[in-house]
Design a protein around this ligand. Structure first.
Ligand code: PMM
Length: 310
């Protein structure tokens, strides 16, 4: 299984629309908290050009407290079920194996784990058994402590090395490379300046050969970049233009997908990037020349131990 075929070979960077079913996410908390509102929001993101929808029931904003597992499950499952019923490709944003397992049963095709498997020992087993695509994000600790973990010698080298450890652990657990997407984890144990080298040197992560997901949308480092003259950071809803600029640049740098709250501008941005690179001849880009196909790039993070399965 792994990535659904349409996502593997889109011919341009994909756009993942965020559906936070939470009362307290930093960027849009509470706006789509009922299942009906969340589903309607997801469907509207699809109309705006989202290729897949990321449904989350636990806020990861800095300092956030954990949500009980049953509450997280109750928030996301009805929304996933309904969006999948409408034909959406759905990703579940969770660090919990039990929620991931039930979400896949409800129709999720991707597990997006901001902890890269470090928060729950059972996660890789669920991913291996279900065969779904898995986003392993760079992570060093939960939201209540992560800002204290922003210590790097060379942030790009350190993040790549820590993601390579995740890849090794995934392979050891029987997860196939074709299932894996990597994510530098912007904003996670990176409250400020550490994010920019990860974007500026994104090609180094892309060169490791796995599809790369970039989640910069509305994050604090963009708020700092766009601060008012008195130093007050731009509020989350004023960060969408910058988020779209990141989408264009990340797409041009070879990102497989961008995760965004405001979908329309990034849907345009990734098409501009693809056209800029000469990869697209139609207004959509589907089926055009493959500029971002991750499956054709050699992986530099060692060979998998079970190559005969490939
Ligand atoms: N960021 C957030 C949540 N989930 N998932 C991935 N893969 N990458 C990210 O950067 C990421 C994520 C936090 O943003 P939100 O609270 O606005 O959803």
């Amino acid at each position: 299984m792994g990535l659904p075929d349409g996502l593997r070979r889109a011919g341009r960077c994909l756009v993942m629309g965020v559906v936070n079913v939470t009362p307290d996410s930093f960027s849009d908390g509470g706006r789509w908290f009922t299942p009906a509102a969340a589903v309607a929001h997801g469907l509207s993101l699809l109309e705006q050009g989202a290729d897949l929808l990321d449904v989350g029931g636990e806020s990861t904003r800095p300092g956030a407290r954990r949500v009980p597992v049953d509450e997280e499950r109750d928030r996301v499952l009805p929304v996933i079920e309904e969006l999948a019923r409408h034909g959406a490709v759905v990703s579940v944003d969770t660090t919990r194996a039990a929620v991931a397992r039930d979400a896949v049963a409800a129709g999720a095709a991707v597990v997006n784990d901001v902890s890269g498997g470090l928060a729950d020992d059972a996660m890789y087993g669920v991913v291996a058994r279900t065969g779904v695509a898995y986003v392993a994000m760079h992570w060093r600790g939960h939201a209540d402590v992560m800002d204290d973990l922003d210590r790097y010698d060379d942030v790009v080298a350190d993040v790549r090395a820590e993601l390579a450890q995740r890849v090794a652990a995934l392979r050891a657990a029987g997860v196939r490379d074709e299932q894996v997407v990597l994510d530098p984890g912007l904003g996670f144990a990176k409250p400020g300046a550490s994010n920019w080298p990860l974007l500026g040197r994104l090609p180094e992560l892309v060169a490791d050969g796995f599809p790369v997901l970039v989640g910069a949308s509305r994050k604090r480092f963009l708020g700092h970049l766009l601060a008012a003259p008195d130093g007050a950071p731009a509020p989350p809803l004023r960060r969408d233009h910058a988020s779209a600029a990141v989408s264009a640049l990340a797409a041009a740098a070879g990102a497989w997908c961008v995760r965004v709250h405001e979908v329309g501008s990034s849907a345009d941005a990734v098409r501009v990037a693809a056209a800029w690179q000469g990869g697209v001849s139609s207004s959509d880009g589907a089926g055009a020349h493959l500029t971002t196909d991750p499956t054709t790039r050699p992986r530099t993070i060692g060979p998998p131990p079970h190559q005969e399965d490939a």
